[in-house]
Design a protein around this ligand. Structure first.
Ligand code: DC
Length: 262
C-alpha cells in the first residue's frame, strides 16, 4: 500500500472573503522546459469515464493517479458532518485548512480516502455527497486550498495522471498532455446507474439523469474554474467507445508525447 499524507493543518494562507479566483503563483510549477516530470490531465463531466481511464493509465504506466474530485468530496463530507453549508465560506475555509485527509493507493490502483483516520471512501460516493461536493467546489476558498494541495501532491512524483474538472485549465496549465473526455448525458447516467448498482446503492435512472444535468450545470457555469476544455486539450467523445478503446487511444497519445520529447 502506498500511503501519502495529503492535508493536515496545512499552512494555507487565510482568505477572509470570497474573491475572484486567480491562478496563483504561490506554488512553483515545473514547466515543459525545466522539468522531466510528465503530467497528463484528464478533465470532463461526471460519468465521462475520467476515473476509470485515469486509474487504468496510471496502472499501465505505473504512474501516480490523482483523483481530485475526492478532495472536494472529502471537504463536503466533513462539512456535512459539522453541519456547515455553502453560506458559511469562512468556516469552510477553516475546515479546508485543518482537514485531516489521507489518500492511500493500493497496488491495483484503488484509492482509499481517509478523513480523521476513518476510511470514508464509500461514504463520499453517495449521490448526496456528489451534489454537495459540486456546490462546495464553487467556493474560491475551497478551490484555492484544494488546488494548492493537488499541486503539492503531484510535485512529489515524476509522472502523474490527474483527473477532475480544471486540471488542464487551472491546476496544471503546463501539462504535457491534456485530455477532455465527454459522453452524452444519457450514456453518463447509464454508467452511473451501473456503478451505483454494483456498489449496492439505490439507482433510479431518471433521478440520476436529473442529478447529472444539475451537476453539469453547476460545474460548468460556476464563476471559479468552471468545467471547460483547455484550448490545447485533445477532446474524446466516449459515448460509443469502450474503456479499452479509450485507454488504448490515450496510451498512444502519451507514447507519442514521450517520444517527441528532447
Ligand atoms: O469527479 P467527481 O464527481 O468525484 O467530483 C465531485 C465534484 O467535485 C464535482 O461535482 C465537481 C467538483 N470538482 C471540481 O470542481 N474540480 C475538480 N478538479 C474535481 C472535482
Amino acid at each position: 500500500l502506498r500511503v501519502f499524507r495529503v492535508l493536515r493543518a496545512a499552512p494555507f494562507p487565510l482568505i477572509a472573503a470570497p474573491r475572484p479566483y486567480t491562478l496563483s503563483a504561490r506554488t512553483p510549477r515545473p514547466t515543459k522546459e525545466t522539468s522531466s516530470q510528465m503530467i497528463v490531465t484528464i478533465d470532463g463531466p461526471a460519468g465521462s469515464g475520467k476515473s476509470s481511464l485515469a486509474k487504468r493509465v496510471a496502472k499501465a504506466l505505473r504512474w501516480m493517479y490523482l483523483d481530485t474530485g475526492a478532495t472536494y468530496r472529502a471537504v463536503a463530507y466533513q462539512a456535512q458532518r459539522q453541519g456547515l453549508d455553502i453560506h458559511q465560506p469562512e468556516e469552510l475555509d477553516r475546515l479546508c485548512r485543518t482537514l485531516d485527509l489521507d489518500f492511500q493507493w493500493a497496488d491495483n490502483g484503488d484509492l482509499r480516502v481517509i478523513v480523521d483516520g476513518a476510511d470514508v471512501s464509500d461514504a463520499i460516493r453517495t449521490e448526496q455527497i456528489s451534489s454537495f461536493a459540486s456546490r462546495v467546489a464553487t467556493l474560491p476558498q475551497v478551490r484555492n486550498a484544494m488546488v494548492d494541495k493537488q499541486r503539492q501532491l503531484a510535485a512529489q512524483f515524476d509522472n502523474v495522471v490527474t483527473e477532475g474538472r480544471d486540471q488542464g485549465t487551472v491546476v496544471f496549465p503546463h501539462a504535457q498532455l491534456k485530455i477532455f473526455l465527454d459522453a452524452s448525458v444519457e450514456e453518463r447516467a447509464k454508467r452511473r446507474q451501473l456503478q451505483l448498482e454494483q456498489s449496492g446503492q439505490p439507482a433510479d435512472y431518471d433521478q440520476i439523469l436529473q442529478a447529472i444535468r444539475q451537476r453539469d450545470n453547476q460545474d460548468s457555469t460556476r464563476a471559479t474554474a468552471p468545467l471547460v476544455a483547455a484550448e490545447d486539450a485533445v477532446k474524446l467523445d466516449t459515448t460509443n467507445l469502450t474503456l479499452d478503446q479509450v485507454e488504448t487511444k490515450v496510451l498512444e497519445l502519451i507514447q507519442a508525447k514521450r517520444s517527441s520529447r528532447p
